[in-house]
Design a protein around this ligand. Sequence first.
Ligand code: 2OP
Length: 305
Amino acid sequence: MLKKRSIIGSGAVGSSLAFNIICRLDIKELVLLDISSDLAKGVALDLEDTRGFLDFSTTITGTKDFSQIKDSDIVVITAGVARKEGMSRLDLLKINAEIAKGISYKIKKYTPNSIIIVVTNPLDIITYVVNKETKISRYKILGMGSSLDTARLFNLIHKETRLSTSSFGGFVFGLHSNDMIVSMRRIRNKEEPIYKFLEKNKIKALQERVRYRGGEIVGFLKNKSAHFAPSLSCYYLIEAIANDKNEIIPVSVLLKGEYGLKNICMGVPCVINKKGIEKIIEIKLAETEKKEIGKIKKLFKECMI
Ligand code: 2OP
């Protein structure tokens, strides 16, 4: 492996992801790219100064020049307009889809063999755009959304039950939007279904809260969205790839018949390793989940018009 990572977009998510990477992974090169080269350079220099504490040998570059991402093994797309108060992720669609098209072209030109992680919202649609524009294998394009939603649900369940999140398993899936599929039957504490630990009337409230968690945070931050949990969620995907972990993580992937869906990206459990997506897992759906998938199909089509 080349051990070169590039992050497109040096805003809050991009820079906090970069910090997680240099703290935890030993890599040769990290490129931070931004439309504002001053921002990318400033973040790169600040990160570089942590070397005095962390003692890493990674070369860190801040740039706006796409040729610098050449031969990256992983490229993360965080660039785009962030959600502001009152905006849904779909409101961002037009502008961020155009940005993603431009970035896809550059990735194809300079680093066509990379694994791509998409973080830009609306996540599943941007993952679709990157698939269409790069035309690279769908197994190498991962959208980070459902793993963040899962982590958020685990936090909320912990706050309700005081149970350690380290014994939780399962996942939230579907779109990274208010229409995510939050099935409590999929979440376990060790072997036990999580609903056994929750009062009945709390379940619905938790499902609702996690659906709107991103928006809840934007409501407080006003002009920007969350970045600590999103960047860490992205970091864990990179770690699963870098360490060839074969870990099951829900990621947004282009579906070609799985779950009865074609030409739609949404979060589903996948085996993640050094190839990117090793396998898309098809879980047996409950009737309620099938209904929610039908809704997603409709929503996705509407966005494509
Ligand atoms: C969120 O849910 C930014 O999509 C991200 O907070």
